[in-house]
Design a protein around this ligand. Structure first.
Ligand code: SAH
Length: 216
C-alpha cells in the first residue's frame, strides 16, 4: 500500500527492525504493509513511525515497533495458524498478525477501543480478524485451541485458561511481572510438556481481570 507515510514506514523497518536484529522476512514485510498511522489519533499520525510507544485513548499504549516485531517473531508463524491476542487496544498488533496467519482472534475489555479497532480492520479489509469484548484473562474458549497466543498487557502471572487454550505444539508470548515493569516470557507446549523461558524486560500497561490485576 502506498500512502504519504510509505517512506517513513520503510525507514522504520530498515532502521528500527532489520538493523536491530529482526530477521524474519515475513514479519518485516507485514510491518512494511500495515499502515501504523491509521491506528492512532490524527494528532499522533506524524509520530506513528517513530522509535517509541504511542498513546491511544483510555490511558493505553501501542508498543514500540521493535517490541511488536520481536514478540511477533517469537511466535514463528508460518501462515496457517490460528492466533489469539489478548488486549486489542488500537488493533495494530492484531493487524500485523493478520498478515502472517490464517485467523486472528482478539479480545479487549474496553468497549470504545474495540469499536475503534474494528473500524480500522473494516477500512483495511482485514477480514480474518475476529474480535470480542471480554476479560481476556479467561481466553476465548469457543475457538480454542490456538497455535499461538500473544498477550499485550502485563499481569502478575500467566493466566491458567490461556495455557489450557494453547494447542500442542503451541507458543505463547506474554509480559509477566510487577505493575511497572515486566519481563517477556515465552511459553512453549510440546508433547504435553510446558517450558517457560525469560526474555527481555518490558513495560506494558496492566492486564486487568480474573487472572490478572484487580483494577486500573
Ligand atoms: N495490542 C495493542 C496494545 C494495547 S495496550 C495494540 O497493538 O494497540 C493493552 C490493551 O490491553 C489495552 O487496550 C487494555 O484495555 C487491554 N486489556 C487489559 N486487560 C485486559 C483483559 N483482561 N482482557 C482484554 N484486554 C485487556
Amino acid at each position: 500500500m502506498t500512502d504519504r507515510f510509505t517512506t517513513a514506514r520503510e525507514r522504520m523497518v530498515q532502521e528500527q527492525l532489520l538493523q536491530r536484529g529482526i530477521s524474519d522476512t515475513r514479519v518485516l514485510d507485514a510491518m512494511n504493509e500495515v499502515p501504523r498511522h491509521l491506528f492512532v489519533e490524527d494528532a499522533q499520525q506524524v509520530r506513528a513511525y517513530g522509535d517509541h510507544p504511542l498513546p491511544i485513548s483510555g490511558d493505553q499504549t501501542i508498543s514500540q515497533p521493535l517490541v511488536v516485531a520481536a514478540m511477533t517473531q517469537e511466535l514463528q508463524l508460518g501462515g496457517d495458524e490460528r492466533v489469539l491476542e489478548i488486549g486489542t487496544g488500537s488493533g495494530y498488533q492484531a493487524a500485523v498478525l493478520s498478515r502472517l496467519c490464517s485467523r486472528v482472534y482478539t479480545v479487549e475489555r474496553i468497549n470504545f477501543l474495540l469499536a475503534g479497532a474494528r473500524k480500522v480492520f473494516d477500512q483495511l479489509r482485514y477480514y480474518n480478524i475476529l474480535s470480542r469484548l471480554d476479560d481476556g484473562t479467561l481466553g476465548w474458549q469457543e475457538h480454542a485451541p490456538y497455535d499461538a497466543i500473544i498477550v499485550t498487557a502485563g499481569g502478575p502471572e500467566i493466566p491458567a485458561p490461556l495455557i489450557d487454550q494453547l494447542a500442542d505444539p503451541g507458543r505463547m508470548i506474554i509480559p509477566v511481572g510487577e505493575r511497572e515493569l515486566q519481563e517477556l516470557q515465552l511459553l512453549t507446549k510440546k508433547d504435553g510438556k510446558i517450558e517457560v523461558s525469560r526474555l527481555e524486560s518490558v513495560r506494558f500497561v496492566s492486564l486487568i481481570g480474573e487472572h490478572g490485576w484487580e483494577n486500573d
